[in-house]
Ligand binder design. Structure first.
Ligand code: ATP
Ligand code: MN
Length: 336
């Protein structure tokens, strides 16, 4: 599901911050966010900007963010974690405050765009991403707390979120293998994605109709936080385009073993009684997201959580039940 970067949300509650006279801590969805004291009462509507919002240069309400390059980032203020930005609905143009609906997406209305660290290299683009395969994406838990009710009691598994670049390889029923970045099919040639297709012989290894999706990691990709000496692909999804389904966890593991592929690191598989007793509190998930990539001193980016058996999520508008939890230590100290 496309993330609602800027939307109308409710201030669920407010708490004082020790030693701070002008700011208080607010809760919006699953996010803690520091706001100006007196600006809101509990239950008030606000315009909530998620982290990675890039505010417009020129809007009076955004001017105070100029020193920070207009980018909403994770911050620590007076020892309190602040993620996002909550402003009064009076910043909305015209009569909007009266008509503003909870959950309403106001990104375009306010001219906010998403901060993107690196723009894709246009030279390698062959064409659009294949329509038969869903693009890779993961919602942030704090923006979709409803998924926890959907997962409660279910068998689940936790994988490490790797900090590389998304790659999709699709072998159509007819025609040649396609190798894709997050958003584009790439021209066959000397690029990291196609080199991976060659390394694993994906043009013949993949059964026709199947797509694999994984994180491409290695030297020169992001910060190579896994400390790899050569690039490799870590599969997190296998999609059968004939049925339109993703393979469940066990099937994915078997599929990868049979085809000589690696999966993303599986940190936990939680089943049966342990699944019944599993703590689905946000705090617990934030703890699981902490830690380091194995064998390194590099903080991991976080985790991705899914049910063992694939299923659609009403909270996520019917797309697969799956979410990420980003390591707050990573956001504070390592994020680019
Ligand atoms: P946001 O939507 O929060 O703005 P974003 O769209 O840039 O951020 P990422 O934070 O990169 O998304 O998270 C989604 C990506 O995580 C997927 O596209 C995938 O490439 C990558 N990823 C890395 N490790 C895993 C994993 N273990 N399971 C699933 N996806 C993973
Ligand atoms: Mn996303």
């Amino acid at each position: 599901m496309e993330r609602k970067l800027v939307s109308i949300q409710r201030i669920d509650h407010l708490e004082p911050i020790a030693g701070a006279d002008n700011i208080v801590k607010a809760r919006v969805m699953g996010w803690d966010v520091v706001v100006k004291k007196g600006e809101f009462s509990p239950g008030d509507a606000c315009v909530f900007f998620e982290i990675d919002s890039l505010l417009p240069d020129g809007a009076p309400w955004a001017e105070f963010m100029r020193p920070r390059g207009f980018r909403v980032k994770t911050a620590r203020l007076r020892g309190v974690l602040s993620q996002g930005l909550a402003l009064p609905t009076s910043i909305l143009p015209g009569a909007a405050p009266v008509t503003a609906q909870l959950g309403m997406d106001v990104r375009d209305l306010l001219g906010v765009v998403k901060f993107e660290p690196a723009l894709p290299d246009g030279r390698d683009v062959l064409g659009p991403f294949p329509g038969q395969v869903p693009k890779t994406d993961e919602i942030r838990l704090q923006s979709a707390l409803g998924v926890l009710d959907e997962l409660r009691g279910e068998d689940l598994f936790v994988t490490t979120k790797l900090d590389g670049t998304s790659a999709t390889f699709f072998r159509p029923l007819e025609g040649e293998l396609m190798a894709c970045s997050r958003n584009w099919a790439l021209r066959k040639g000397d690029n990291a994605v196609w080199r991976m297709a060659t390394k694993y012989g994906l043009d013949t290894v993949l059964p026709p109709g199947f797509a694999i999706q994984g994180e491409l990691c290695g030297p020169g990709i992001q910060k190579n936080r896994l400390g790899l000496t050569e690039p490799d692909l870590f599969v997190f999804s296998v999609h059968d385009t004939r049925t339109g389904r993703f393979l469940g966890h066990a099937e994915l593991v078997t599929f990868c073993a049979e085809h000589g592929l690696r999966t993303v690191p599986v940190e936990q598989v939680v089943t049966g009684e342990a699944a019944q007793a599993f703590d689905h509190g946000l705090e617990h998930y934030l703890k699981l997201a902490q830690g380091f990539y194995p064998g390194t001193k590099n903080r991991k980016e976080g985790i991705v959580v899914r049910p063992l058996v694939e299923r659609p999520s009403p909270t996520l508008g019917g797309s697969r039940l799956s979410f990420k939890v980003i390591n707050n230590d990573f956001l504070l100290k390592d994020e680019d």
